[in-house]
Design a binder for this molecule. Structure first.
Ligand SMILES: [Zn+2]
Length: 302
């Protein structure tokens, strides 16, 4: 969807609401009290009423918009902005574009959308051949860290992120050249650089029938316990252009994208920015369908 078709489609609060309701009806509503799935629609209240227990669910309730005072139109414009470019927008830019007075509600809205993107992707577990490596991302040091004056690896100002990619090597029939085909990606901020954090990430993100490729870092010592096979290769130029090519490209793209868009990233919010980056990466072939998918993530991503 480009800006002209967006404006033509979503010209008022009512259009957005009706669109949201139509999308929510397609997915279905679960009663909060009794989990029943059949409801009446009470137009005057913009609410569903459970046919079994009569409990009411507003159109926003149960979606990521549930506690927001911002209009559907503002949410829709924001979802459009977030999905319309590869690059992304900061909350400050969105506030300016939308001409809103207060920054905080915009910031909260954008972070909720990023959280929903992460929750949506968390439903999928990686499988097959997986490349994995870690990247160090620059983040703003917290006040405590600044006061301590900690320096060095794993200290203030750096956050460690595990990047994983489904990657299959296919041979071209005509040329015999090996080509890499990538599927889904995941990026997870690690609490520490030790095996414990890696083990947890592997179990949460990758199916146990997978084959995992990494370098020889000591934090990867237990990976074989959680997957079918674990191959390690010494980290050098060759692994960068071959075995771990996809994750290395993704790490450098993310490192360029994030600071380019957002002025300063606090360590505790890094995962949210990565959610958005990976969500779009995983839907790189969706093109104009990306906006529609984000509306669905809004409904189901709480
Ligand atoms: Zn009910």
């Amino acid at each position: 969807m480009n800006i002209f078709s967006f404006i033509a489609h979503f010209d008022s609060e009512e259009t957005c609401r009706n669109h949201f309701k139509a999308e929510r009806d397609k997915i279905g509503v679960n009663c909060k009290r009794c989990a029943h799935t059949s409801h009446y629609w009470i137009k005057s209240k913009w609410s569903y009423e459970c046919k079994k227990c009569r409990s009411r669910t507003s159109l926003r309730s149960g979606t990521i918009m549930q506690s927001s005072n911002l209009s559907f139109l503002v949410w829709y414009k924001t979802m459009f902005l977030l999905t319309t470019t590869k690059k992304g927008f900061s909350s400050k830019e969105i506030q300016n574009q939308l001409g809103l007075k207060r920054y905080e509600p915009v910031w909260a809205m954008v972070h909720k959308l990023r959280k929903a993107m992460g929750n949506r992707d968390a439903r999928y577990t990686l499988e097959g051949m997986i490349e994995m490596d870690e990247g160090y991302f620059t983040v703003e040091a917290s006040e405590i860290e600044k006061n301590k004056g900690v320096r060095g690896r794993g200290a203030a100002g750096k956050s460690n992120v595990a990047i994983m990619a489904e990657s299959t090597v296919l041979e071209d029939i005509n040329t015999g050249k090996a080509q890499r085909q990538c599927g889904f990606f995941k990026a997870k901020v690690l609490e520490n650089h030790k095996a414990e954090g890696i083990n947890q990430t592997i179990q949460e993100s990758i199916k146990d029938t997978s084959i995992v490729f990494t370098d020889k870092s000591t934090s990867y010592i237990d990976i074989a316990d959680f997957v079918e096979l674990h191959y390690t290769e010494k980290s050098d130029k060759q692994t960068t252009i071959e075995t771990l090519k996809s994750v290395h490209i993704t790490i450098s793209n993310a490192k360029r994208n994030l600071p380019g868009n957002y002025h300063k990233i606090k360590g505790k919010y890094l995962q949210l920015y990565l959610n958005e980056f990976v969500y779009k990466l995983n839907r790189r072939y969706f093109e104009d369908k990306l906006f529609d998918r984000l509306v669905i993530a809004n409904i189901t991503g709480l």
